[in-house]
Each structure stands twice: as C-alpha cells, then as structure tokens.
Design a protein around this ligand. Sequence first.
Ligand SMILES: Nc1ncnc2c1ncn2[C@@H]1O[C@H](COP(=O)(O)OP(=O)(O)O)[C@@H](O)[C@H]1O
Ligand SMILES: [Mg+2]
Length: 282
Amino acid sequence: MNEPDFAVSAANLTKTFTLEWTRKRLLALDGLDLRVRRGEVFGLLGPNGSGKSTTLKLLLGLIRPTTGQARVFGQEAGSLASRRRLGFLPENPYFPGFLSGREVLNYYGKLVDLHGQRLRARVEELLELVSLQPAAGRALKTYSKGMLQRVGLAQALLHDPDLLLLDEPTAGVDPVGSRQIRDLILALKKRGKTIIFSSHLLEQVQEVADRVIILHRGKKIQEGTLDELLSVQGQRQVTVSGLTPELQEQLVAWLQNAGAELIAVTQPKQQLEDYFIRAVSK
Ligand SMILES: Nc1ncnc2c1ncn2[C@@H]1O[C@H](COP(=O)(O)OP(=O)(O)O)[C@@H](O)[C@H]1O
Ligand SMILES: [Mg+2]
C-alpha cells in the first residue's frame, strides 16, 4: 500500500481501549477506511466521544491501532519519516502562561532544530501569519482562547509540515476568533497544505471543508463533499428582489400551470454568525 497521491490513507483502522478498573473493552474506532487527498481540507465530524481525537492520535502515531493501519504520505503512521511532515494542534494546547507568544514559538522552534537567524525569521513570519505580532511580547495568560489557538497553530507550522492535524481548532473560541481560525485554514490550503481537522460544531465546517466524514460511536456513517451531503435533490431555489404581492401571485399561478410544485416562498436570512461579525466589526 503505497499511495503518494494521498496525504493519508487508512484501512480498517480499529482501536479498542481496555478500561483500567473494570477491564471492560471500549471500541473507540471501528474499522475506519479513510483517504485524504493532498491539498484537501478534510473534516472529521461527530459528537463528543465519536472517535475524532482517537483518529488523529492514530495518524500521529501517539497511539497504536488494535487492527488495521494508517499511512501518511505513504509512510507508516508514527514513523519518523511520517512525523516530519506532520504538524499537530491538540485539543487543549498547554503553554506556560508566563511566557510570551514569541518566547513559546522560540522554544518550540528549537525543538524542531531551528536556530539563530533562521529561528528568529521563522517565528516572526508565523506570528504575522496568525496575526499575533502586536501581542507577541505579552504573557500568554493575557491571551484569549482564540489567540491561544493561533499560537498553537503557529507552533504546529514551525517545521513547515505538509499535513496539519487540528483537533477542534475552534472549540470554545468566540465567533470573531473562530472566523480568524477558519480564514487561516483557507490561507494554509492556498499554500498547498493538507489539513485534517475535527469538529463537533457542524455549522463551522461548512465554509472550509472540501470533504467530510461523520463519525458516530467510532463508526463512519457518512462521507462526501458538503455539496453531496447537503444539497436537496430535485429542488431549485430562486432569489428575486422587487417581487410585489401581485407579481408573486402571478408567478405562483404560472408555476403551478406549468406543472412545477411550489414548496416554499421564504425571505432569505443571513446566518446569525455573519450578522454578528458584521455588527461587531462596525
Ligand atoms: N485513553 C483512553 N482510554 C480509554 N478510553 C478512551 C481513551 N481515549 C478515548 N477513549 C474513549 O474512546 C471514545 C472516543 O473518544 P475520542 O476519540 O476522544 O472522541 P472525540 O474526540 O470524538 O470526542 C470515547 O468513548 C472515549 O471515552
Ligand atoms: Mg476529541
């Protein structure tokens, strides 16, 4: 199994945990088949406990599958060669609160073997990418949740990985902050990165993911592009302005005469989140 076209390919990936006290077996991931193409933004969706973090940890090699296997750019998950090309934002990244954003990135940069001028340049480049330069000298304990997630993203990018694994990158982040994170995901896609992220906040996935899977109790229950999953087959929506009550009546009569079935006449609404962001950015 060597598929360089795929950033990630996994076959029959299964993970059972044995619970410590009761020795009961818990099936956290059940026979997952997964293929993520290079350059794709891929969403792992599902409620809490459905196996999203387990999937990401298996791809990282932080835990070993009970059966099945996963490959990252053709290399076995967990191997050094696969890890070199991976960046990871954990669900709740922990950084010492007394360090500044710049200090944390310098520290992690050294861990991935950056030094001197190269390290300094890379840290500034990433601070700019995640829009944290103005706050880079402040202690992390003064950062918002959204800012901390962006520090975590910058950390994951230090060694310029090809694949990013982001575990709930927008959980607990306010609307403006999570908008910034989603814009960043799109910017990284433009730079050719492959991004796999998990979310239980379904409405936030819509604008960024090319394809998604939905997990439920460790099983894949859906897979596809959002268009495939969300478009209502056999119906069309027409949006018009200047429709007077008389015109509407005529239009409805005309449609019915022509054999079309009218399902709804509704007023288009903006998403509450867009409305909120427009209101606060004024
Ligand atoms: N180390 C572990 N030991 C025992 N059970 C675990 C462990 N990690 C995860 N689980 C269980 O596996 C299931 C899937 O968990 P997880 O992948 O974290 O879900 P999600 O990220 O979708 O919320 C849950 O029932 C969780 O309690
Ligand atoms: Mg999780």
